[in-house]
Ligand binder design. Structure first.
Ligand SMILES: [Zn+2]
Length: 626
């Protein structure tokens, strides 16, 4: 099934990017554009710009940018097709799909399909195959019911080296793709074999329920094998951006407005089975900023469940830092020593677990408790270390009001002056500000990168108006673009990159499409794409040369008059450059005939120049005149 090109155009043209993005982050009007706090990186002052006219967005902090589809793809970690479908639904547009032969499917879809194929194979092995008996026994022992196994799509990878491989070959699966997804691997002789063998398989779903990867757990006590084997990163799977279980738990998380964070697959499944359904697992990594970002779309309240060993405490402290940075309300649930969520819920009822939740403590109490247990508060020196650590974590909190409340509470608890804690906190905050500065310097890097794009052709002098013309070609204004393409031969551009960009616009324009949101997807080179986003959305993008060279800097930018003026300046610069080149040749050459030729050409050029300038004068009289 495919969405026809003209429907994608219709959806893109009908959508309002400001409208859609406003559904997720707060935007404020600033000048011609809208600005807000970037959802793709941590920031305190907005560098995220959205243009209603051009229907594109750009973050000058982290470099995220594109059209409305790109925003949803990045924001929700979904595919292009899913983004198109979501906006269509929002707009009330019904998509008339057309079926496409398999070879025309997008590459991404082929990977998703292959994962579904594998998931079905593993599931059949578990539920229907005699080989699966050992796995069924194991899951029974772990008290994971068949109905729960089905909900999470659990499977079994047989011990045989070629079980999946043979099944894949029978079904004419692209083995290269299977290898890229980490389902099979090949040895030195180029022979393929199954990657997952003798393991319980946990399919990993995207928030929208697509199978993007697998986790495999050994269960038969093999000594040498790693306990867990996970799919490698692929086109459809990024470990850092994935939360296990979110697809199953997101509705409940939204409903209850809180999530419980656990570590493992089985912890999550056991809780879910017991009726605690608002759980996610970081599984396979310690909690990442991307995972927290993902979760923040569903709730800002989190309960961190940790194993009561020192590794568990360490992991909990790390998670707290990341969660506080993104303004989460963090509570900690401590389980009795020697228990993990899975064992606890299997010994106790849902009610007893809920009691644990209601007894959850805030992160500050948790940290204090932990330092207390470790004996930090017995001596003055270690006490100050502990307090400093607690204040350090407090500095990750973005909310000043909350910080102040916590300062009071720490002061009270340890009998210290508030001022002292404040000073300590300010030291940490200052350090963080320095880090922030490092982040904002990346936006400078982006600009430097676009400088790098100024590749010149031959020995021609760069025409400073080319950049401005490119910017105008991405204005989305039909009259402006028509005027430029009628009067400027982009083949003559001195800058190769600008030429490439202009040609993309020309090509699209000839097909009747000129919106920046459309053209941006036609640019394959990322540097060029970023360059366009930068000059299109920066308020200060007017080239410095413009102010130096323009005879009238007061014309409002992006108007038709401004475009006419820019084209004139471009032409005059070109003419003057050619005259200069010709004069140089005349100086250096003794060929009389060539002299005559060039003088004649210069005379023509001069006439052109004058007529262009006159045109300008006439216009000026036209504006001023009665
Ligand atoms: Zn950003």
């Amino acid at each position: 099934m495919r969405i026809p090109e003209n429907q994608i155009d219709q959806i893109r043209n009908s959508a309002s990017i400001v409208d859609i993005i406003s559904g997720y982050i707060q935007l404020k009007k600033r000048g011609r554009n809208f600005i807000g706090l970037c959802p793709f990186h941590q920031e305190k002052t907005p560098s995220f710009v959205v243009s209603d006219e051009k229907q594109i967005f750009r973050c000058f902090g982290c470099g995220a940018g594109g059209n409305v589809f790109k925003f949803l793809m990045d924001y929700k970690s979904i595919s292009f097709v899913e983004a198109v479908e979501e906006i269509a639904e929002h707009l009330g547009i019904t998509i008339n799909y057309e079926s496409a032969p398999i070879e025309q499917q997008s590459e991404l879809e082929a990977y998703y399909d292959l994962n579904v194929f594998a998931a079905r194979f593993f599931s059949d092995q578990l539920l229907k195959n005699d080989n699966g008996e050992v796995a069924r026994e194991y899951l029974k022992k772990r008290n994971i019911k068949p109905s729960t196994q089905k909900i999470f799509g659990l499977g079994f990878a047989p011990f045989n080296r070629n079980a999946f491989l043979n099944h894949a070959i029978e079904n004419k699966i692209d083995l290269q793709k299977a290898k890229q997804l980490g389902l099979i691997d090949s040895n030195d002789k180029g022979e393929y074999y199954d990657k997952f063998r003798g393991r319980i398989i946990f399919p990993i779903f995207s928030p929208n329920g697509r199978v993007i990867a697998f986790g495999g757990r050994i269960f038969s006590g093999e000594e040498n094998a790693a306990k867990y084997l996970n799919s490698p990163e692929s086109l459809v799977y990024s470990k850092r951006k994935t939360l296990y279980g979110l697809f199953h738990s997101k509705e409940e998380i939204r409903k209850l407005d809180r999530a419980i964070l656990v570590e493992g697959y089985i912890d999550l499944i056991s809780l879910y089975q017991a009726g605690v359904k608002n759980v996610v697992a970081s599984s396979g990594t310690s909690l990442t900023e991307e995972q927290v970002q993902l979760l923040s779309r569903f709730t800002k309240n989190i309960y961190v469940l940790f194993d009561a060993d020192s590794a568990g405490v360490k992991a909990a402290v790390r998670s707290i830092e990341i969660l506080l940075k993104q303004n989460f309300e963090v509570k900690i649930i401590a389980l009795p020593k020697g228990e993990d969520p899975d064992s606890f819920i299997n010994k106790n009822s849902k009610e007893e677990f809920e009691e644990k939740i209601s007894n959850a403590i805030n992160f500050l109490e948790f940290l204090t408790q932990q330092y207390e247990i470790q004996g930090y508060f017995k001596e003055a020196a270690t006490t100050s270390t502990a307090i400093r650590q607690i204040v350090r974590i407090l500095s990750f909190l973005n909310d000043e009001l909350k910080r102040n409340l916590y300062i009071k509470s720490i002061a009270k608890k340890f009998g210290l002056r508030e001022k002292l804690i404040e000073t300590e906190l300010n030291n940490f905050l200052q350090n963080q500000n320095t880090n922030q500065k490092t982040i904002s310097s990346t936006s400078r890097t982006i600009n430097i990168n676009s400088e790098k794009l100024n590749l010149k052709t031959e020995d021609k002098v760069d025409n400073p108006f080319e950049k401005e013309i490119i910017r105008l070609l991405f204005s989305g204004n039909e009259r402006i673009i028509t005027h430029i393409l009628d009067n400027v031969d982009v083949d003559n551009f001195t800058n190769e990159n600008f030429k490439a960009l202009a040609m993309i616009v020309e090509e699209s324009f000839n097909e009747g499409k000129y919106s920046p949101a459309y053209i941006i997807d036609k640019i394959e080179n990322d540097d060029l794409k970023n360059f366009i986003l930068d000059i299109s959305l920066s308020e200060h993008s007017i080239s410095k040369n413009w102010d130096d060279l323009s005879t009238d800097g007061k014309i409002e930018k992006d108007t038709y008059e401004y475009a006419v003026e820019t084209v004139k300046n471009y032409q005059i610069f070109r003419i003057e450059e050619e005259i200069k080149r010709n004069n140089k040749i005349i100086e250096e050459s003794k060929d009389e005939l060539l002299h005559l030729e060039l003088l004649k050409r210069n005379k023509e050029l001069n006439e052109d120049r004058i007529s262009i300038l006159n045109l300008k004068l006439k216009n000026e009289f036209g504006w001023d005149g009665d």
